[in-house]
Write a new protein. Structure first.
Length: 116
């Protein structure tokens, strides 16, 4: 049964956003160091933990490595709160990456798994 047209457009837009985000992450990878992340999040004051978790949420979908984010969380928030913020952000990021891959790759996976 053919899928409705709106689903294809939505998948295409999501794929375009993912590719643009990955391209931006590659171009601006020198900003993804622990001192840069520390300066950005520390400059946000009380909104820092929320911004950090949001950054960690979208990061994995754009292939941003988690190690600099984990190290920055430990430096910024200490070992206990840094762990909490990293775990929340990493779990949300894994969920976002899974849902994006599921949406974009649904047709390809269905076609390649048919048959033998």
């Amino acid at each position: 049964m053919p899928r409705p047209r709106g689903g294809s457009v939505r998948r295409f837009v999501l794929l375009a956003v993912l590719l643009a985000g990955i391209g931006c992450a590659v171009i601006w990878r020198h900003y993804l160091t622990v001192p840069q992340i520390h300066a950005f999040v520390a400059g946000l004051g009380p909104w820092g933990p929320l911004a950090f978790m949001l950054l960690y949420t979208v990061g994995p979908a754009f292939l941003v490595p988690g190690l600099p984010l984990d190290l920055a969380a430990g430096v910024l928030f200490g070992p206990v709160w840094g762990t909490v913020y990293s775990l929340v952000g990493a779990t949300a990021g894994a969920t976002v990456a899974f849902l994006a891959a599921r949406t974009v790759g649904r047709d390809w996976t269905g076609r390649s798994s048919r048959g033998r």
